[in-house]
Ligand binder design. Sequence first.
Ligand code: SF4
Length: 438
Amino acid sequence: MQKHYYIKTYGCQMNVHESEKLAGMLKSLNYEETTNMADADVIVFNTCCIRDAAEQKVLGNIGAVKKLKKQNPNLIVAVCGCMAQEDGRKELFKEKYPHVSIVFGTHNLHMFKDYLIKFNATKQKIYDVWESEKEINEDVDMYRTSNNNAWVNIMYGCNNFCTYCIVPYVRGRERSRAMNDIVSEVKSLISEGYKYITLLGQNVNSYGNDFKDGTNFAKLLKTLANLDGDFRIKFMTSHPKDLTDEVINTIATEPKLSKVIHLPVQSGSNRILKLMNRNYTVEHYKTLIKKIKEQVPNYFISTDIIVGFPHETEEDFMATYNLVNEVKYGGVFGFMYSPRTGTIAEKMDEQVPQEIKNERVNRLLALSKQIIKEQNQQLIGKTMECLVESKTDDGYLATLDNGKNVIITSNKNLTLPTFKNVKINSINRNKLVAEFCD
Ligand code: SF4
């Protein structure tokens, strides 16, 4: 009888892509995907621990499948990802979640297939969380699920130790993938017809630093942008302290590189940036923004902001607010600070009360919403490139590379997906209404 798997993914794009690897390993063992958890023979929780609320949700969801295990004693429940990698979690699952059969961490994700084979053969529970990173494993099956976009890891881990962040503790130090391996993966994705290739790393701007041979992110971008084929390269996430002029110039001049730059500022106050250990100043950040705006055609800049970091005063917050107003971001991902166990910020005194965090984040997001509305209006009359992805009764649906939806009325006959230039004519309920330029 056909066996099924169900993967529940929490957190960032890195995890989304790692779930594609988990799915690939399950497929190689002849499991098929189900969208109904109750029908699954294997349920995998690919967890995130970046925020406390996310962690509590994960634990609640893992606890809830206990009843499925009672109905189906052969059900295999596996837990992996950042939360499984955290100190003490393996023991927690062992003691408090006996219905969980396999626990593994971020450093040994590629072992999942072996664990599953072993568990099916022995029925012995497996708790294997490697304490530190080893060499990058290139030999992992993958089942891609993201339509026209393919994720590609270019590096793993982070060296930055921002004081609020748990990532360096659960994903280890920076390790870059060999450029040849990345290039051959991207080539094969282009030949499979993927239109967007999104390069993933906690800090893509420091790609190659660990090789100490002159390899860097700009060189990688240039190499990929010069491959044959009809595709665009995106990347995330950039760290302002490592974004070089060479990278900005490369983005500006290479037509196959997306002009979307996600540049997390986190705060507009130098005092708070110092407490966060971000290693740049607001002045440096503004210089980068100025260079991007001057050099990159059709740029789209977005950011992450943490509101209510310990010691944040109204004055600090207003510095952030004013920065957002000055930069005019196309997108702001605003988060309320939540302490993570084991980080330096968790131990800081002067935590900001929750009601102040709520009020500040709402103020910031209202400003951002207003800016985005104004920017959408400014797009009217402009010519933009979009990816035309699907047909409608009277035309097509498309997306800009920043994710904005575009509706096009047309009787053209196109082979999809395809990149096309469109002229934006109006806005209808947050969707851009456009016509083909040719
Ligand atoms: S750069 Fe800072 S916020 Fe980003 S993953 Fe590294 S430590 Fe965390």
